[in-house]
Ligand binder design. Structure first.
Ligand code: ATP
Ligand code: MG
Length: 582
């Protein structure tokens, strides 16, 4: 080991530590990659990124930042039939939204098609690859099993000249799909199935969103990925555990297909870490696509989706996502993270940031009988509770008619009920103490339609003058000043902790939560819409809410009646903790 010093923040006490960072630290100290640290985030542009991808983004960009290195954004776009530029745009936007900037321009594996082809030629010339003309099915049969070795393909012995000629003809488009493939010549008896003459190229007569019809053959992931890493001088190639068996092939491809420039030091190396799994959530792109296509949600950016665009639309701050990923850390064993931890991280970030406002979600009218009809008054109300220590006030209008929350009143108060009831008094948040003196009902249904109350106008700064007992503080809005808004109360999308692992093998759709979205018309204090322009606000006693923005540059959405839409980001406490497991 050299005594090369580490970049200062890599050794800082608060810098994250895990087995990957230990590895990078050791490599830097040993000068393995000439001291360089270059990582990459390598998405396939075949879907919208989700919170699982965020873990990989936070890791790759985080390591680069911590060690003073660079992180590349490279699209692994070698599969023309599933890829789309719409996904490229979404992924770039979401990486930026998370707060990261990649080094240099966006990179694409498809930019390397020419170089990859040359690498394939190098393998053929050295007798390390051959054109195989078995069908896909025959190749599978020849592969053997974990306990039995495979059988060599009858085409394995083709001469270099024949292979070069056939591969050139493949590249010219002379053959139909499936007629031939290019395979590595490694070891048909290897205990690692990935090394049993894996496919390197196949014929695909498909239009590629970037290279058009220039290529009738496409490289396989196991060929393109390690070489793309090598071309870019990546030092540490982090991927999820399911690629553990691919590592030997990764090393083989780089060792035999690439001519390594000496200046870079060692070749890139792959290291696996556990993927993020989140309870009450599915993260497979195929399943997320099914939710969108089958209309279970309203698009990729539906606020119930675990996609980054969905979380953004819901109002989740990117910092909460980074915080979760950092807290979860990276490990070598798969485990499921409780979604309650994510919700906790969201509250943690929003608590000191979100201004407090008042919104009534299920309004019950109150008339203050001792005030004149035209009574108008405004209270100066702080935007933050004292413990947050932030300045800021807004004017809170008050008048004779108010709305309070329907369940803050009980005509026959249950034992322990500490809010409004006939004859009882409560304090209006930031306002007066009011006492209920009468209840009006709908003659047909018997439902409470309005409360008659009196207000103690001497109680603003202190206790009520008549010594009446105050049963708690409730939120409210002045009926004549409140703004009607559409409030979307989002809940978890699934009712089961592991929707894709039903005990009876149920389909994940079985566990869709029918109550994942409830829409109500709320009454919001008039200062709130402007405050919500800057970010989520807290509706006191209700949760954190964000003005709906379907895409970042669109104005806040309105419902069919022109009311502004607010999305519930998260409740104020974990409402699922006590629930029986379904
Ligand atoms: P699919 O869902 O189709 O299997 P994928 O989620 O692996 O695909 P990619 O676009 O290949 O999609 O992923 C880009 C990067 O994000 C990869 O390095 C992958 O390992 C990583 N990644 C994907 N899902 C997770 C996850 N749940 N946790 C951590 N990293 C992930
Ligand atoms: Mg993948």
């Amino acid at each position: 080991m050299s005594d090369r010093p580490l970049p200062s923040d890599a050794s800082a006490d608060d810098a994250p530590r895990d087995f990957l960072r230990d590895l990078v630290t050791a490599d830097v100290q040993a000068g393995t990659h000439a001291g360089r640290v270059v990582t990459r985030f390598p998405p396939e542009p075949n879907g919208y990124p989700h919170i699982g991808h965020a873990k990989s983004i936070v890791l790759n960009f985080g390591v680069a930042e911590q060690f003073g290195g660079a992180c590349h954004l490279r699209f692994d776009d070698t599969n023309p039939t599933t890829e789309d530029p719409e996904y490229v745009t979404a992924i770039e936007r979401d990486v930026r939204w998370l707060g990261f900037a990649w080094h240099g321009s966006t990179r694409f594996a498809s930019d390397y098609f020419g170089r990859l082809y040359d690498c394939a030629l190098r393998l053929i010339r050295s007798g390390k690859a051959y054109v195989c003309s078995l069908s896909e099915e025959e190749i599978r049969q020849h592969r053997g099993t974990v306990t039995e070795p495979g059988t060599p393909s009858p085409y394995r012995a083709r001469s270099v000249e024949e292979n070069l000629a056939l591969f050139a003809a493949m590249r010219e488009g002379a053959f139909e799909e499936g007629a031939h493939v290019l395979r590595a010549r490694i070891d048909m008896a290897s205990p690692n199935m990935k090394l049993r003459d894996p496919l390197l190229y196949r014929i695909r007569k498909a239009h590629h969103y970037r290279t058009g019809d220039a290529w009738p053959i496409y490289p396989m992931y196991d060929f393109a990925h390690p070489l793309s890493d090598a071309f870019e001088g990546i030092t540490h190639s982090f991927c999820t555990l399911e690629f553990e068996n691919n590592r030997a092939l990764y090393d083989w491809v780089i060792a035999h297909a690439w001519e390594q420039p000496a200046a870079l030091g060692a070749a890139p190396g792959q290291t696996e870490f556990a993927r993020l799994r989140l309870s009450y959530t599915v993260l497979s792109k195929r399943k997320l696509l099914a939710l969108v296509d089958e209309g279970h949600v309203d698009g990729w950016d539906d606020p119930r989706m675990p996609t980054l665009s969905g979380l953004r639309r819901r109002g989740v701050p990117p910092r909460a996502i980074r915080q979760l990923c950092e807290q979860v850390g990276v490990a070598k064993a798969n485990s499921t993270v409780d979604i309650a931890r994510f919700e906790h991280a969201i509250r943690d970030v929003l608590n000191p940031e979100a201004p407090r406002v008042l919104c009534v979600l299920d309004p019950l009218e109150v008339v203050l009988e001792n005030l004149p009809a035209d009574h108008r008054e405004t209270f100066d109300a702080p935007l933050y509770p004292r413990d947050i220590g932030k300045a800021g006030m807004r004017a809170l209008p008050f008048g004779r008619r108010l709305f309070i929350e329907r369940d803050d009143f009980q005509e026959t108060p249950a034992k322990g009920f500490r809010r409004l009831a006939p004859g009882r008094a409560v304090r209006l948040r930031h306002g007066y103490v009011v006492r209920c003196v009468g209840v009006e009902h709908d003659p047909a249904s018997g439902a409470v339609t309005r409360l008659r109350c009196v207000c103690d106008t001497d109680s603003l700064a202190g206790p009520p003058t008549d010594g009446v007992k105050v049963h708690g503080t409730i939120h409210w809005v002045a009926a004549d000043d409140a703004v009607a808004v559409a409030v979307r109360l989002y809940d978890r999308l699934f009712t089961a902790e592991q929707p894709d692992r039903g005990k009876l093998g149920e389909d994940f759709r079985t566990f869709l939560n029918p109550a994942s979205l409830t829409e109500v018309v709320g009454q919001l204090e008039p200062a709130a819409p402007a405050l919500a322009e800057a970010g989520p606000v807290q509706f006191e006693r209700q949760g954190y809410f964000a003005a709906d923005r379907p895409s970042s540059d669109a104005p806040s959405a309105t419902d069919a009646d022109g009311r502004q839409v607010f999305n519930r980001v998260v409740t104020l406490r974990d409402t699922w903790a006590g629930r029986a497991a379904p």
